[in-house]
Write a protein that binds this ligand. Structure first.
Ligand code: ATP
Ligand code: MG
Length: 433
């Protein structure tokens, strides 16, 4: 039985055909249907020109007229209807801004990247598969349409798509396709970092990131980005083996970067180069920084807490301080990584004992934090100033507030206004602020 979204797609096909145009389902939906995978969206290719599509349907959006794409809206669903086209002249190893409309489905399929993405279905459900996409999928192979060198030279992004599809669908890259990919990897320098990031994000969020990372490493393609990435230092020895078990993108990226051994500043720099959002950069940075704080804290005066109770106390202290500095979310990220690979910390400078203590107590420690941000303190900067006669505002205020937060969070000082102010007075006097 067809779902509503699929029925809608066939309605669009039929309507186009009744007007004398050719129309087919194409691309990802055909591939995913053959594989009995859920279809995300139905794309349609037609001999009708964009203006004709606009005229024919009641609700349309002129999504990309210069590329021949009109979005047709039926009920709650959107269908991208694209005029048969070929991509005449590729410029600078990227897909061209201009396309040429054509009359033949076959030529339209020919410009597509991989055989499994170059199949079509007509309105009766007949498969049109001129390049043997179905057989390739059955043999577990990912293969370029036609000459792989030409395909990758036309559009270098296809090399990253190749690695993504191979990992996502568990396919081996066919030999000539792989050879061409390795030979042309240096063409990746023509691709904007943003597009590289989008492909990498999908690989990392995907079903088998380790496979994708393995292919990235063995092709050497990460060394060929337009702007250099520290991520390119990845090698087979430090693969984040349990990455597919992590649910969140932040945790996956943190785990990946930490596995390579990058410090927080290097991670931040790579993520900036890759044009990640400021918020995601901050979150991953904080998780990494919290991890390194824990590691450095443990390395300091190591001999003082070889005994379990002392080690536990020390860890609790560092964990809570880390939560104040970098936020609870940072530790949850580290905690989740540890939970999927308990021995992970061992190869990153933290003993197995410490790791297992963190794993058994870490959540409790976070819950036990009565306060974790200045906002929750029962005293603010203004009140502090009001109680400190003759003192003018200055950096000392922040210093005092941070001290109060730390003492309260660690359970050494109740979060009560008068006690907080008394402690503040002591602190100012003692430190000569
Ligand atoms: P998914 O959406 O799951 O990534 P998809 O196959 O639908 O898979 P899209 O990027 O949505 O991928 O593209 C739709 C179709 O357009 C592809 O199946 C392919 O036929 C064609 N296509 C997309 N990008 C390229 C490209 N860079 N070079 C050649 N053909 C492409
Ligand atoms: Mg798609």
């Amino acid at each position: 039985m067809k779902g509503i979204m699929e029925q809608g797609a066939y309605t669009v096909l039929t309507k186009l055909q009744k007007q004398g145009y050719e129309a087919y389902l194409v691309g990802g939906c055909v591939r995913d249907k053959q594989l009995h995978r859920p279809v995300k969206d139905y794309d349609i290719a037609t001999s009708a020109k964009p203006e004709q599509v606009l005229d024919l349907f009641e609700r349309t959006i002129p999504t990309g007229l210069q590329h021949g794409t009109v979005t047709v809206v039926l009920g709650a669903h959107h269908y991208e209807v694209t005029t048969f086209r070929k991509e005449a002249a590729y410029e600078q190893f990227r897909r061209p801004a201009e396309v040429q409309f054509i009359d033949s489905l076959h030529e339209d399929l020919q410009r597509r990247d991989f055989t499994m993405n170059a199949m079509a279905l007509d309105q009766h459900g007949n498969l049109i598969d001129p390049f043997g996409g179905l057989a390739d999928m059955e043999h577990g192979l990912l293969r370029c349409v036609g000459d792989a060198s030409e395909r990758f030279t036309e559009d270098a992004l296809r090399m990253l798509r190749c690695i993504r599809f191979s990992a996502e669908y568990g396919l081996e890259v066919e030999a000539a396709t792989w050879k061409a990919l390795c030979e042309h990897s240096l063409l990746l320098k023509h691709i904007a970092m943003e597009r590289v990031r989008m492909e990498l994000e999908r690989m990392i969020a995907g079903a088998d990131p380790v496979k994708a990372l393995g292919l990235l490493v063995s092709s050497g393609i990460l060394r060929e980005t337009k702007q250099a990435l520290k991520l390119a230092q990845l090698n087979p020895q430090h693969m984040p083996a349990a990455i597919h078990l992590l649910l969140e993108s932040d945790a996956r990226w943190t785990y990946l970067f930490l596995s390579i051994g990058l410090n927080a500043a290097e991670i931040e720099a790579d993520m900036r180069v890759l044009t990640f959002s400021v918020d995601q950069i901050k979150r991953v940075y904080k998780a990494a920084a919290a991890f390194y704080m824990l590691r450095e804290g443990l390395l300091l005066n190591q001999d003082e807490y070889v005994q379990e109770p002392a080690l536990e106390k020390k860890l609790e202290h560092l964990w809570k301080l880390g939560a104040l500095t970098y936020g609870k979310a940072a530790w949850l990220t580290i905690y989740n990584i540890l939970a999927v690979e308990p021995r992970w910390m061992e190869s990153h400078g933290i003993t197995v004992e410490a790791g297992s203590i963190v794993l058994s107590r870490g959540k409790e420690w976070l819950d036990a934090l009565i306060v974790d941000s200045l906002k929750q303190l029962q005293v603010g900067g203004k009140e502090l100033l009001a109680h400190m006669n003759n003192k003018s505002p200055g950096p000392w205020v922040t210093e005092v507030l941070n001290h109060l937060l730390q003492e309260t969070a660690l359970g050494r000082l109740p979060n009560e206004t008068c006690l907080l102010i008394a402690e503040a007075e002591q602190f100012v006097k003692y430190h000569n602020l």
